[in-house]
Every structure is written in C-alpha cells, then in structure tokens.
Design a protein around this ligand. Structure first.
Ligand SMILES: O=P(O)(O)OC[C@@]1(O)O[C@H](CO)[C@@H](O)[C@@H]1O
Length: 310
C-alpha cells in the first residue's frame, strides 16, 4: 500500500482566464474546485493508474468539508483527520502565459492534531510513505522527520521502509533527519536549500545529510537522479505546453510506484518523466493523460552520468 500524507491539505481552486495581467480585472472563463495539496494529487495520479493508495489529509471548516466530500466523490481511499482550523485554499490561475499560483499558508495544527495525523499514518501501515507539500504555520520544525522516522512498515524491518519527501525550504532540510529513501526538490528548491549552483553537487550534499537518493525536476529538461546506484538524466521526447501544476506530484507518484515494485532507476525515471508530461496535458493538478503516459514511456531518453569524485 502506498500512503500519502498532506499535513497542509487544500481546496484547489483553478481559474482559467485569457491572459493574466497584474492590476487588471479578469473575468474567469471557468472555475473548478477540488481536493488538493501535493499528497492528494499524488494519490489521484496513482488511483488513475489503478494502484492501491490511501491519502491521509487534514480537514476543518467549510473548505475541509468540501475536501472530504470531493475525495469521496473521486473514490479515493482517505483518512480524514479533523482539525479545528479552516482548511486553506490554493489558487491556480491558468492563462496564456502558463500557471500562476497563490497558496494560502493554512491553519495551525494543535499538538493533539499532529498526534492524530501521525496515528493515522501509522495505522495505514504504508509500504511506501509519501510526505508532500508545505507544512502549516507553527508546525514542529522536524514534523516530516518525525513522521518519516516513526512510520511502521507493513512489509518488513526498518531497513526496508521506503519513503519519499517532497517539500521545500526548512521543512525539506529538517525532514532529512527521517532518512527518506528519495527526496524530490525542483532545481530552484535544491539550490535554495544547499546554496550550491551545480545540481549534482547540491544533490550529493542532500544525500550526505540523510536522503537516500535525490531526484531533481529540471522542468522541460526532465529529471536528474543522484542515487546510491549511479547518476542519470532522463529527458522527455518533446516539450509540452499545458498546466504544469501537479507535474511534480506526478513524478512523485511514479517514484512511489517504482519504489514499491523495486524497479531499477532507469525504468523508474522513464515512468516518472512520462507521467510528468501526462500531468502537463491534464486539465487540473492530479489529472493525467494516460495515452501520453503509455506512449512517452517508450520514448524517454535515460543517460547515465559519469561518476564524480566525492
Ligand atoms: O503550498 P504547497 O503545499 O507547497 O503546495 C500546494 C499546491 O500548490 O501544490 C499542488 C501542486 O503541486 C497544488 O495542487 C497544491 O495546492
């Protein structure tokens, strides 16, 4: 079972406009609401692939009720941890220039709510645990580190626990204490937390600090993976335009699936690049174009990178 946990769950609101201009009035052509937050998107993608997945989310207030109802309507298995605060909204504006995001910080969680979240994760006995998204304000600095370290695996002794951490800034750095199997920053997030320009050097730094492997999103150039088995770059066959919101979550979904199947890295990266493109072609974050995914898996180029002196 793959389990995703999204402490700062959201109601994703997506507006479509012709062109986004700062300072102007926009009449939205379309407005869509759905349960979101990175871990929810990961679960949605896995569900679309027919994979057994469970989403652990927080929900409070009217937006929390809408999130829980949408998860049920989508047929996603979920553990909804009730919270006193109002679940946040995250807004995506899709215009001719691409996607612009406005993410609310979200409500604080009380210590009993953190305990309930950790208990829900432990109860689900993940084989692969995915920790995704920003932490809510006032979260314990090591919130992800604790969730990752305390996770009892359904599949064996601690040495076989598998986990993915997809977050940024201090939450990423402190989460490394939980020894995630893989972390998946994008190139800007990686440079920000390490202060290093070179992505291989920066990824190596995160591995030294506790990550098993580091998979870096390079945008249109695909993915770079620095792993115990070697370093690879995986490149898509073609550049795509569409809604890039959620493309990173599709990469995480592919990584979780590949880890659960113990796939070799080149195979896993092919799947991740193809699924990321499929997400760009999906209308909303969490949607994937499955026809593109199956076609593109055959076309992704994966190249081993030369070993460097450490
Ligand atoms: O504020 P966070 O937790 O970093 O990101 C939240 C979020 O912007 O990420 C997803 C795209 O990855 C959106 O669907 C979602 O609402």
């Amino acid at each position: 079972m793959i389990v995703t946990v999204t402490p700062n769950t959201a109601l994703d609101v997506t507006y479509t406009v012709d062109e986004l201009r700062p300072g102007a009035v926009h009449r939205a052509r379309e407005v869509r609401h759905r349960a979101g937050g990175k871990g929810v998107n990961v679960a949605r993608v896995l569900h679309a692939l027919g994979v057994d997945v469970r989403a652990v989310v927080t929900a409070g207030g009217a937006t929390g009720t809408a999130v829980a109802a949408d998860l049920a309507a989508a047929g996603l298995a979920a553990d909804v941890v009730p919270i006193a605060g109002e679940t946040r909204r995250t807004t995506t504006i899709l215009g001719s220039g691409g996607a612009t995001l406005l993410n609310e910080p979200g409500p604080e969680l009380g210590s009993a709510e953190w305990t309930a979240l950790a208990a829900a994760v432990a109860r689900s006995r993940p084989e692969v645990l995915v920790c995704s998204g920003s932490l809510p304000p006032g979260a314990p600095a090591d919130a992800y580190g604790r969730l990752l370290a305390s996770c009892p695996s359904g599949s064996g002794p601690p040495a076989t626990w598998l986990s993915i951490l997809d977050t940024s800034g201090p939450a990423l750095l402190t989460g490394l204490a939980g020894k995630p199997t893989v972390v998946k920053p994008n190139i800007e997030e990686l440079r920000e937390v390490t202060g290093l320009e070179d992505p291989v050097a920066a990824a190596t730094e995160l591995r030294r600090a506790g990550a098993g492997a580091v998979v870096v999103s390079l945008g249109a150039e695909g993915l770079l993976a620095v792993t115990p088995a070697g370093t690879w770059q995986a490149t898509p066959s073609t550049a795509l335009t569409g809604n890039s919101t959620g493309a990173g979550d599709a990469v995480v979904a592919a990584l979780a699936l590949g880890l659960s199947r113990r796939e070799p890295w080149p195979e896993l990266l092919r799947r991740a690049v193809a699924l990321s493109g499929a997400a760009v072609l999906g209308p909303l974050a969490g949607d994937v174009d499955l026809a593109h995914y199956h076609r593109e898996r055959e076309l992704v180029a994966v190249r081993a990178q030369p070993e460097r002196e450490s």
